[in-house]
Design a protein around this ligand. Structure first.
Ligand code: PXG
Length: 438
């Protein structure tokens, strides 16, 4: 199958894509700069999604290009097993400085999925090295997305991610209920008022399984992939308190909330709740070289530092852990974030953003608008019998009119680069308003 003068589309099996539909009417991107993509024909498309929640400093940053090029010319690859290199240690140090106090030990991966599986493995192994090996259960949440590894889909809560592999889910996993409740919280500005009590699901699971069998709870502070599900006020605090009461580790999956998305470097800081482990990826390198990380409390790391001195303390790692190019990209990215104040820019713009998001209230089929930092969710009434079709149509029309949005089910999610200017905000919501009006 060929597009006019375009590449042959047959060989690539595309991820999370309706392959047959896409190849009938492909949408191709060729170039990107700042807030914008350009199609192969040169048509401009405003990036309302930071790619996939990752290009937080905007596209085509010369400082990152220069740093990666320099690193490639100096040392293209170096093993990180029983060997080390400067950029790996430097990036870990810089990252630890951005995290909440005491979260200062960094393990590098290549993606968010790998970060999640790594965090789950650390949590299980941590209890074991402390002599608490009966803590083997993991608790996730309905509608959670934690990537596509077997660990991540097991603690995740998306049916389509689980059903084909139902027999291969990790054993001993249970789930909290999700917190999305339009009957009480529709059209909330910022965090919703109702639902903190849903954290008590954890107490119920403790009562059911006994705390001595539970290793960790993993949640996204804001769930992105299933359509911008915000934590009710007080919910994360309550989860933290229950974990503390029962010796359960709390993992925040900050793959989309990390690096300034909510108005602070991490959602942990924005919401004032400190987890024991944070997973991250995406914005760590501005999306331009794949990289993920787990940051652990020092005490968790230190618990492993025992046994014979020559023993490998955590039997885990990737060929590309702390890849030099990713580290160079990460260091240059964090430098841009710091110099340009991007990790708190979402807070400065959030009122303007919030007003723009909620201006869509009252448009046809809009059943909720919600926001947090530089994130928005616009939920649409599904067309009966065709779930997801309405939002996909919005996605398609927006793209035709020069705006990239992300949709999941019947929810439109927005997460623009943090360099966004007020004029871009007007453009995003102007385009959306006219598409929705149809
Ligand atoms: N955890 C969370 C919270 C995520 O959002 C992952 C883990 C997995 O990361 P990797 O790097 O393995 O893809 C993610 C990924 C969307 C969208 O449109 C979100 C993600 C990926 C693709 C699309 O919301 N998040």
């Amino acid at each position: 199958m060929k597009t006019v003068a375009g590449p042959d589309l047959d060989a690539l099996w595309m991820p999370f894509t309706a392959n047959r539909q896409f190849k009938q009417a492909p949408r191709l991107l060729a170039r990107a700069q700042g807030m914008e993509y350009f199609t192969p024909e040169g048509r401009r498309v405003l990036d309302g999604a930071a790619g996939l929640w990752c290009v937080n400093a905007g596209h085509g940053r010369g400082e990152i290009t220069a740093a990666v090029t320099r690193q490639l010319e100096t040392m293209d690859y170096a093993p990180n097993f029983q060997m080390g290199h400067g950029p790996g240690f430097e990036l870990a140090t810089a990252l630890a400085a951005l995290c909440p106090p005491d979260l200062n030990r960094v393990f590098f991966t290549n993606s968010g999925s790998e970060a999640v599986d790594t965090a789950l493995k650390i949590a299980l192994a941590y209890h074991r090295v402390r002599g608490d090996a009966a803590r083997t259960r993991l608790i996730g949440r309905e509608r959670a997305y934690h990537g596509v590894g077997f660990g991540g889909i097991s603690v995740g809560g998306i049916v389509a991610n689980r059903k084909a592999w139902a027999a291969s889910m990790l054993p001993g996993v249970d789930h909290l209920r999700h917190t999305h409740d339009l009957s009480r919280n529709a059209f909330s500005r910022g965090l919703p008022d109702h639902g903190a009590e849903l954290a008590d699901d954890l107490e119920r699971l403790v009562a059911l399984h006994d705390a001595s069998t539970i290793a960790a709870v993993i949640v996204e502070p804001v769930a992105g992939s299933t359509g911008v599900l915000l934590p009710p006020k007080g919910y994360l605090e309550r989860l933290r308190a229950i974990c503390d009461r029962h010796g359960i580790l709390l993992i925040f999956d900050e793959v989309i909330t990390g690096f300034g998305r909510t108005g602070s470097p991490f959602a942990a800081q924005e919401f004032g709740v400190t987890p024991d482990l944070i997973t991250m990826a995406k914005g760590l390198t501005n999306g331009c070289v794949p990289m993920g990380a787990v940051v652990a409390r020092q005490a968790i790391h230190d618990a492993f530092m025992q046994g014979p001195p020559g023993a490998i303390e955590l039997f885990h790692g990737y060929t590309y852990s702390a890849h030099p190019l990713a580290c160079a990209a990460g260091l240059a990215t964090l430098d841009i974030y710091r110099r340009e104040g991007l990790l708190t820019r979402a807070r400065e713009l959030s009122l303007r953003w919030e007003d723009a998001v909620h201006s869509l209230r009252g448009r046809p089929a809009v059943i909720d608008t919600r926001n947090c930092g530089l994130i928005a969710g616009i939920e649409l009434e599904p067309i009966p019998g065709r779930p997801g079709a309405r939002a996909f149509e919005v996605f398609r029309k927006c793209f035709e009119r020069g705006l990239l949005v992300r949709t999941t089910g019947d929810i439109v999610a927005l997460s623009p680069p943090l360099i966004i200017e007020p004029t871009h905000i007007d453009e995003i919501f102007g385009t959306l308003a006219s598409v929705l009006q149809e």
